[in-house]
Design a protein around this ligand. Structure first.
Ligand SMILES: Nc1ncnc2c1ncn2[C@@H]1O[C@H](COP(=O)(O)OP(=O)(O)OP(=O)(O)O)[C@@H](O)[C@H]1O
Ligand SMILES: [Mg+2]
Length: 275
């Protein structure tokens, strides 16, 4: 892949410093979700975050999105500590979170309105971003007329439309069928290569992680810590069937299997052999 990094692009690094989260609940004892984590993410990096269910991936993403305040430590975007949700930090979750009372183009233009951009430019930018995800022709449809995959494409167009400096994605393709997922992976990579946003992408799919990211992070079973931090140097587009790809998949699976075994024995199951 050619390096298209351009200093005029709005993209920032993320610094996670000794960040820990413990949830206090009224009924149960406190839940330690994240042990202190340190992580430096360079501007323009595409990070895939994988780990067993309940290990703290969404918690970490919620800290980066400003939805959860860490119990200790801090997280910064560029030089700015994250203290609250910010339109400069784009978020895409699994459940689309579109506004059903707005049509497609107004959903995509919503953040631009909040940025004080006039209607003509809002619509021009929204249409460009819808075009990027293949939905320009659906701009004036109601959200309720769209399929699940189309809704998720609108959510992606919306997040890129405001030109955020980081993009946080929590299993954005998890609920989609395999073909739509493949199509969106391809489109996301194209957009990322053009915009070089810093992306933190949570996924349960090892294949998806190795296909998309230039750095894969495997988390331990809860309390989440970093178990593996591996740079993926393969050129894009990547070939699922190549031996290099498969070797990397195995590396990630081997690390995950150990953690899955811990997760399932913790939950009182029969244990998990990892085979
Ligand atoms: N608001 C909350 N209050 C109490 N406990 C919470 C809260 N949010 C998350 N937890 C707990 O923190 C731990 C980490 O949850 P989190 O949602 O971050 O996991 P995850 O890695 O995203 O899992 P999954 O892969 O299943 O989405 C879990 O044990 C969960 O029950
Ligand atoms: Mg989660």
């Amino acid at each position: 892949m050619t390096d298209t990094t351009d200093t005029t692009l709005n993209t920032k690094g993320i610094t996670i410093k000794r960040t820990a989260v413990t949830f206090n609940t009224d009924t149960d004892s406190p839940v330690e979700a994240l042990r202190p984590i340190d992580l430096d993410i360079a501007p323009g990096d595409f990070i895939a975050l994988v780990g067993p269910s309940g290990c703290g991936k969404s918690t970490l993403l919620n800290v980066l999105a400003g939805f959860i305040k860490p119990t200790s430590g801090s997280a910064l975007v560029g030089d700015e500590p994250i203290t609250k949700p910010d339109i400069d930090h784009g978020v895409v979750f699994q459940d689309y979170a579109l506004f059903p009372w707005l049509n497609v183009i107004d959903n995509v233009a919503f953040g631009l309105e909040r940025q004080g951009i006039g209607k003509q430019e809002r619509y021009a930018r929204a249409l460009d971003n819808l075009d990027m995800v293949g939905l320009k022709d659906s701009a004036y449809k109601k959200v309720t007329e769209l399929s699940g995959g189309m809704k998720q494409r609108v959510a992606i167009a919306r997040v890129f439309a405001t030109d955020p400096s980081i993009i946080l994605m929590d299993e954005p393709f998890g609920a989609l069928d395999a073909l739509t997922r493949r199509f969106l992976q391809h489109q996301l990579l194209e957009i990322w290569q053009k915009n070089r946003k810093t992306v933190v992408f949570v996924t349960h799919s090892v294949q998806e992680a190795v296909y998309l990211a230039n750095r894969v992070i495997v988390m331990t079973a809860r309390p989440g810590r970093i178990k593996l931090d591996h740079r993926i140097e393969l050129d894009y587009p990547r070939d699922f069937a190549s031996s290099e790809f498969r070797t990397l998949e195995k590396l990630v699976y081997d690390q995950l299997d150990e953690e899955l075994a811990k997760t399932f024995s913790l939950e009182g199951g029969q244990g998990y052999s990892g085979d």
